[in-house]
Write a protein that binds this ligand. Structure first.
Ligand code: AMP
Length: 427
């Protein structure tokens, strides 16, 4: 039967079978962020549209084409957040976080929204986990952010990843870079797409980020934009790559990596996977020294990254050795509806004691219970019928070694705890 209502195009339901992967990614991320002394921040899912127009840049694909913008009933122009950095910079200024400590190390996770053409690994609602280190211009911070990403993906067990890195300069050398790019591409302008033509004068670097294959082809032979970096940016970049070398992190310099947001200065980087197909970017980030000032805050050089949870989960699902671990399940089997209430109380007691319990109220016969318990991969079945009720006991059936024992009701919890501990390694 085909469903009458389906999730909107570009969105997806994350079903329980996929959830362990999500929990694993989230829990591991939090644990690693904690080791680097990052703290979580949560910002609203929607913001004033202007924040993104100013922060991300009004000639970017995100702002020009991809934002979910609407007017609320108070006629405010609002946008579902397409990314996390601008909202965090906004919160940083709004709450004076700069006055509290010299460097603010923040992380976030949550849904983002972009009206993009959906395909494998690309959604209109997707989830990002990201970090922002606000307050230092030093290249060691860039290297620490990149190394944190590499560490996290190692810890998750994601293989086949590579780091691409570049520098897009600062307000001093950016005009020089842009001029050289314009000289190179100018003679072929008529062959480039409408977007590139429009952006040629105001934001020529965006042309490097164009997804159109024809435009990409005209960039072949482009001189390395790093040749036009100012002395300070060049030094900064050299320090970043030296720190990465020191940590033994392999990387590739990709002179065309500018990323799709205007706020980046100096370092830009991407971590790509050979297991993701066309949408191969798992993680993207870089330095944004001007964003906080642009939003009305004090000079706050910053650096961060975000990765797509859907894409991390896609890679994990391909790995056969990923194993989900859950608590062993206790299945309660009341025989006859009269016994349900007592079992219900026992389940409550066991759950409060930390056990994972299931009680199916639709079943009252042993055969049905056992079949279902098997399907759920239960560790124990507690059988409670009339005889057991009279004797104030329960039959504890161990589903793994197929043994069973009658245990007094008031001793069941202790019995299960012992059985659980005495098992050398359950699962
Ligand atoms: P960005 O904010 O564009 O730098 O993207 C950072 C990361 O978020 C990417 O490397 C992807 O893993 C993920 N991502 C970005 N856009 C999407 C999307 N439309 N669907 C799924 N994941 C996305």
């Amino acid at each position: 039967m085909s469903a009458k209502y389906t999730a909107p195009r570009g969105t997806k339901d994350i079903l329980p079978s996929e959830m362990p992967f999500w929990h694993y990614v989230e829990t591991t991320s939090r644990a690693i962020f904690d080791r680097y002394n990052y703290q979580e921040i949560r910002t609203p899912v929607f913001e004033h549209t202007e924040l993104f127009e100013r922060g991300i840049g009004d000639t970017t694909d995100i702002v020009e084409k991809e934002m979910y913008t609407f007017h609320d009933k108070g006629d405010r122009r609002l946008t579902l957040r397409p990314e996390g950095t601008a909202p965090i910079a906004r919160a940083y200024v709004q709450h004076n976080l700069h006055g509290k400590q010299p460097i603010s190390k923040l992380y976030y996770c949550g849904p983002m929204f972009r009206y993009e053409r959906p395909q494998a690994g690309r959604y209109r609602q997707f989830h990002q986990i990201g970090i922002e280190s606000l307050g230092s211009p030093l290249p060691i911070c860039d290297a620490e952010v990149i190394s944190l990403g590499v560490h996290l993906f190692d810890e998750l067990g994601l293989s086949g990843l590579s780091v691409n890195i570049n520098s897009v300069g600062c307000p001093v050398c950016r005009p020089v870079i842009e001029e050289r790019l314009k000289q190179f591409i100018g003679m072929n302008l008529e062959h480039l797409c409408g977007d590139c033509n429009r952006r040629f004068d105001s934001r020529p670097l965006r042309i490097l980020d164009c997804k159109n294959t024809t435009c990409k082809a005209y960039l072949t032979g482009l001189p390395d934009i790093r040749d036009s970096l100012c002395h300070e940016c060049n030094d900064h970049f050299n320090y970043v790559v030296t720190y990465l070398d020191n940590l033994g992190i392999p990387f590739k310099i990709n002179p065309q990596l500018v990323r799709g947001l205007d706020y980046y200065t100096r370092t830009t980087f991407e971590i790509v996977s050979d297991q993701l197909g066309a949408q191969n970017a798992l993680c993207g980030g870089g330095r944004y020294d001007g964003l906080v000032t642009q939003l009305g805050g004090p000079a706050t050089p910053s650096v961060g990254f975000a990765f797509g949870v859907e894409r991390a989960v896609m890679i994990l699902q391909e790995l056969s050795d990923y194993h989900q671990s859950r608590l062993p399940l206790v299945y309660l089997a009341p025989i006859g509806f009269d016994q349900q209430s007592r079992c219900f109380r026992l389940a409550d007691q066991l759950r409060r004691a930390g056990f994972r319990c299931e009680l199916d109220p639709n079943k009252s016969e042993l055969k049905g219970h056992l079949k279902f318990a098997d399907r759920l991969d239960a560790e124990w079945v507690l059988i409670y019928g009339e005889t057991e009720a009279l004797a104030k006991s329960v039959v504890v059936k161990n589903m793994k070694n197929r043994t069973q024992e009658t245990v007094k009701l008031d001793r069941v919890q202790g019995y299960l705890e012992n059985d659980n501990i005495s098992r050398p390694s359950h699962r």
